[in-house]
Design a binder for this molecule. Structure first.
Ligand code: FE2
Length: 185
């Protein structure tokens, strides 16, 4: 079989779906490669800043690596702004959704909320509430998310910082995205 015969899903057979399932698994196995390719193209998108979005991502991830974070946290840091292009209004949730099947609840939460926590550094200049993060004051990952923003995100816009290249992170990205998804464990 090269293609299924059905044109409506309700008419598909078990044989059709077993065939498609195999393709889907092969496709899912190449997620890390697609992510790395997408990241490598983020070279021109941080309008107004001194560095590209790729450089910001590498700088953040390099800081996480040098601070001896876990591999999943380093990968999450590398990808934390991957949603900027297609989901500029909720980029944190977008990145968190990509990571969710492969990382811990804690890492997922930090990435999902980092956008709101980052407001601390600029919202007051624009008439917004810089303390929005305080809504989460009693949350168990409140302090971790503050630390993520302070140590890896808000400070990674420096054109003179020597980041590790994307290739350095390739094995880590492949390792994390080849984990058996948490939902299937
Ligand atoms: Fe960022």
């Amino acid at each position: 079989m090269k293609k299924v015969n059905f044109t409506e899903m309700k008419k598909g057979t078990k044989k059709d779906y077993l065939f498609l399932d195999k393709h889907e698994k092969d496709f899912a196995n190449k997620t890390a490669e697609r992510i790395l390719k997408f990241m490598s193209n983020l070279t021109e998108t941080l309008e107004g800043y001194q560095i590209s979005r790729l450089e910001h991502s590498l700088q953040s991830a390099t800081r996480a690596y040098e601070n001896k974070e876990s591999e999943e946290m380093i990968v999450a840091t590398l990808l934390h702004d991957i949603g900027d292009e297609l989901a500029p209004m909720n980029h944190s949730e977008y990145a968190a959704a990509i990571l969710k099947p492969y990382v811990s609840e804690k890492t997922h939460w930090i990435i999902k909320k980092h956008g709101e926590f980052q407001m601390y550094y600029y919202a007051h200049h624009l008439g917004g509430d810089r303390n929005k993060r305080e809504e989460y004051k009693s949350h168990k990952y409140y302090r971790d998310t503050i630390n993520f923003c302070e140590q890896y995100d808000q400070n990674s816009f420096d054109p003179n910082y020597k980041s590790l290249p994307l290739e350095f992170f390739r094995p880590m990205v492949k390792k994390i995205f080849s984990r058996k998804p948490y939902s299937l464990l």
